[in-house]
Design a protein around this ligand. Structure first.
Ligand SMILES: Nc1ncnc2c1ncn2[C@@H]1O[C@H](COP(=O)(O)OP(=O)(O)OP(=O)(O)O)[C@@H](O)[C@H]1O
Length: 616
């Protein structure tokens, strides 16, 4: 490829820098007396392009440094990001500076030299590595890696991603071409969270999907994080799982499908990538967890690393593979995956209550409404029994930790909460994802791409919703966040909750509406904008009947038919009675045939009135 040399002052560069120059940009990203990741673009010389991805191109370049007594240069890789709107430059630079300093301490993550603006594009300057796992796979005949390589690289990468998560960076773009290899054949995480860097920022090509990751590797919540999200560290578990499958099979996940088809499979149909046979059970089990639709049910990188390390140990000793974990049955425990249950470790002194079944609105059925942990059977409460002291029971109860949830400051993960101060940018009602013992909380709200972080005292409990409930828009909501269908002869339709996203977004179907167009369609609702409808809260018979119609569109035609049938029967019965009584009195005035006609006439008089009653 032709060698390119960066001009000292590229015109596009000046244009992108708010009428300024490189010095101006330096002041934007570095405050006085602070080390700066800024690299003067005139010291960079582009050699040739080595990669082209959805976030931009990667170039091999040289970085020149000189002083009076020395002049040296070294090879670097430069990721030139796609153009961003001018107003967003400072935000990205600020975010990069944060990532830059955080990554300096991480040894499994691509070494960053700094940032610059080359040809008007934000350019991340990195160490130049040997190549990527994607490149290595491309060189192999079937594109597959050996199991020992997969286990080794998998451990390297899980550790690297864990390091990123510990710095509160979500990578979001995990795939074999973003896994670099160093001179010791160690896998290094090559993407330092560029998608995270661009969260909430519109690119000039307005391609939002590519802003959020690479479609084949994207988790369900990654497609529309404000609506079906938020994205969280477990979003990376999905991308990691897809990458491991690709290394094992040599085939891209969802290979041959268009972006729209992948979206439909992953988000609408809730399909999971197929896990072929032959992987160690630990790996198969942890990968199955990576593809849980609700990210809270997925394993954390810590769990993934443990599974890879254990499989690596077993494969090194040559012993047969065994399954580790809570029990050999694995999978779902009372509606929660083992990965969900092991996220919070109980400690002595914790206040606990019985864990609700997922989507349950009935806390009153709890075995332990409130208790305090006074002992752990093992030091690690992940997989064991705990002793719980319950008010008015003399001896502590021995209970399995997985059936309990921690209550801190009155809140437990999974509770529905409302912000005390209304927020315009996002819904004020959401689902609590975690509460630390020191009162820090993380909540999923519609309208936010990531978890909202704050303190417990900013929240109050909100009404809980569950699957199967009927809801309608509140009467004072004139501009709902999402479209809501109207009702024939009434203002708002009532729908049934069929799913609840981790941010509290309700997925609602309208079984009371017959529409071929909407046969498979579902609507979304903001929990802050709807109210529950039930028989007990419907005032009066008419409203109760109306609610009955919400259950299925066939209720109304069925009742009309039933009404007509009853009316006919009643008409015939009365007609016959009247005929008989007239015959008894010897006042037969009509022939039986004529009598039937009279009955029929009586019927027709009944019909409209019955039909009117049945109609609302
Ligand atoms: N620091 C680096 N050192 C050496 N080669 C690199 C480096 N970064 C990237 N590459 C090379 O560039 C290739 C493509 O990288 P790039 O990140 O552009 O593509 P991508 O991963 O498909 O896209 P994107 O990350 O934008 O979604 C990699 O497979 C690797 O060969």
């Amino acid at each position: 490829m032709a060698e390119k040399v960066v001009p000292k002052q590229a015109p596009a560069f000046e244009f992108m820098l708010f009428e300024g120059d490189a010095d101006h940009m330096r002041t934007v990203i570095a405050t006085p007396n602070e080390a700066s990741p800024w690299i003067d673009p005139t010291t960079l010389k582009l050699r040739h392009r080595i990669g082209r991805g959805s976030f931009g191109d990667v170039w091999l370049a040289t970085h020149h440094q000189s002083a009076e007594d020395f002049d040296e240069y070294h090879e670097v890789a430069i990721k030139m990001l796609n153009l961003v709107k001018e107003g967003n430059l400072k935000i990205i630079m600020d975010r990069f500076r944060e990532i830059f300093f955080k990554c300096q301490a991480l040894d499994s993550v691509c070494w960053l030299h700094g940032i610059s603006i080359v040809h008007g594009k934000i350019s991340i300057i990195m160490k130049f590595y040997e190549g990527s796992i994607g490149d290595k796979m491309a060189r192999l005949r079937e594109g597959k890696l050996s199991l020992s390589d997969i286990l080794r690289y998998g451990s390297n990468l899980a550790k690297a991603i864990m390091e990123m998560h510990s710095q509160e960076i979500i990578v979001l773009n995990l795939k074999p071409t973003n896994f670099l290899l160093d001179e010791n054949d160690r896998a290094i995480l090559g993407d330092v969270g560029i998608a995270h860097l661009l969260l909430g920022i519109s690119l000039s090509n307005s391609d939002t999907i590519h802003r959020l990751g690479t479609p084949n590797y994207m988790a369900p919540e990654q497609w529309e994080p404000e609506v079906r999200g938020p994205i969280s560290i477990e979003t990376d578990s999905w991308g990691f799982g897809c990458s491991i499958l690709e290394m094992w099979t040599g085939v891209h996940p969802w290979s041959g499908r268009s972006i729209q088809q992948i979206h439909h499979s992953v988000v609408v149909d809730q399909e999971k990538p197929h896990i072929p046979n032959g992987l160690p059970p630990e790996i198969e089990n942890v990968l199955a967890g990576c593809f849980e639709y609700d990210f809270r049910n997925r394993p954390l990188m810590d769990d993934i690393l443990r599974a890879f390390k254990s499989a690596q140990d077993v494969s090194l000793t040559g012993a047969p593979f065994t399954v580790l974990g809570m029990d050999s049955g694995r999978g779902i425990h009372h509606g929660y995956t083992e990965w969900f249950l092991t996220k919070d470790h109980l400690r002595e002194g914790d206040v606990v209550r019985s864990r609700k079944t997922p989507n349950s609105c009935k806390p009153e059925s709890m075995v332990i409404p409130e208790g305090k942990i006074v002992g752990l059977e093992r030091n690690d409460s992940r997989d064991g029994f705990v002793l719980v002291r319950v008010h008015r029971i003399h001896d502590p109860l021995r209970i399995h930790a997985s059936t309990l949830e921690r209550v801190t400051h009155g809140f437990a993960a999974g509770d529905w909460v409302r912000l005390k101060e209304e927020e315009r940018k996002h819904s004020s009602v959401g689902i609590l994802h975690s509460i630390h013992r020191d009162g820090r909380v993380a909540v999923g709200f519609i309208g936010l791409e990531t978890l909202w972080k704050g303190k417990f005292f900013e929240l109050q409990m909100a009404e809980a919703y569950c699957v199967g409930q009927f809801v309608r828009l509140k009467s004072d909501v004139f501009n709902p966040r999402f479209d809501w269908p109207g009702k024939r002869g009434g203002p708002q339709a009532t729908g049934k909750i069929i799913r609840i996203h981790p941010n509290g977004c309700l997925v609602v179907k309208f079984p009371g509406r017959f529409s071929l167009r909407e046969k498979h369609g579902a609507f979304l609702a903001d929990p802050a904008q709807v109210e529950v409808v039930s028989f007990s809260t419907c005032p009066g018979v008419v409203q109760k009947y109306q609610h009955l119609e919400d259950f299925h569109w066939a209720v109304r035609p069925l009742l009309v038919a039933l009404g007509l049938f009853t009316a006919m029967k009643l008409g015939l019965f009365i007609g016959r009675k009247m005929g008989k009584s007239k015959m008894k009195k010897g006042q037969r005035t009509t022939t039986p045939r004529e009598g039937q006609q009279v009955d029929g006439a009586g019927n027709s008089a009944w019909l409209p009135s019955v039909a009117t009653i049945i109609r609302r």
